[in-house]
Design a protein around this ligand. Sequence first.
Ligand code: 3PG
Length: 402
Amino acid sequence: FNTLDKLDPQGKRILLRADLNVPMQDGKISDMTRIERIVPTIRELADKGGRVIVLSHFDRPKGKVVPGLSLEPMATALATALGKPVSFMHDCIGPQAETAARSMKDGEVLLLENTRFYPGEETNAPDLAAELAKLGDVYVNDAFSAAHRAHASTAGVAGHLPSYAGRLMEAELSALDAALENPEHPVGAIVGGAKVSTKLALLENMLERVDVLVVGGAMANTFLAAKGYNVGKSLKEEDMLDTARQIIAKAQEKNCDLVLPVDVVLSEDFMAGAPTLLAPVTEIPDGWMALDVGPETVKLLKAKLAGLKTLVWNGPLGVFELPPFDEGTNAVAQEAARLTKAGSLKTIAGGGDTVSALRHAGVLDDMTYVSTAGGAFLEWLEGKILPGLTALSTTLERTIPI
Ligand code: 3PG
């Protein structure tokens, strides 16, 4: 890709695709991470005299103007994070947006309204992409977390303007590269989550690439059941048992060490503070459900981590939102953090719940890299081609003289 090293922003209108799709609770931003992580790119561009026009989607308004899904509150949050004013325009295309963009001064920042208020955003309509392109002299994509969407503002617009990857995009891509494309071996992956069905492609791709694959979360119950163990009333997918068996067989064939829990923390009720029972996975009683990995599993996973140079983490090991079922995830996360801080392990984590789980364990800042992406991180782990990235690299091909 072209990076910002190749761009002289001075006096240029820079159309910057960010991902300001931040979590909100009761009308307030509950997690500023995505806003904070876009700041270095905006600051660099503005400090060098660029006129930064920020584009983003927010939530899923489905092509309609939904006032509750306006990006306006993000302008204030962005201004606070940047330490400079950010103006807001109640549209992302049209004459008013064009005038606002044209009347900007060097170093100013303007945020446009939610791109998903237009149906053409998600269909990648050529006319919307062309309208967006009118606002800028160049396009910078810094929204890795939206790069799995082939939308007008993430892909289409790159066909109209000289295009560059922003600093956050660069950081995300180099972390992912260090995790799976060119990692230091042995490489391990911790894959947690509720359903094998939603992580199937990911598990299959991981098998090909990692030396150790730890399966945690409720997904592990399906694997345990596939091996013939009674899992009581634990969440499991009956229709995925054969698939789980195939994954186990493939792991053996590929020489990938597939690690499942050896003991579990059980409960009869799915609630915080419910009475618990600890059992080896071979002795799960009827009527009980596994909600976390047990201390023997934690010991086993710590031993596995000690042998790794690189770890990719996606998904918690248990129901970390309901203490005490957070203990397994906390202990393993803390060990990964310790090894990472000691310099023997590179830990790259990402995906919605993972970030919350690591924050809950108090180790979010100790990882080598934490991706801001949810779905895009998953698709990348699945080995899929991300359209937002393809759009940037095709632009590069177009700008290289033949
Ligand atoms: C995300 O939060 O993963 C990105 O902003 C993409 O959002 P989407 O899943 O609504 O496309």
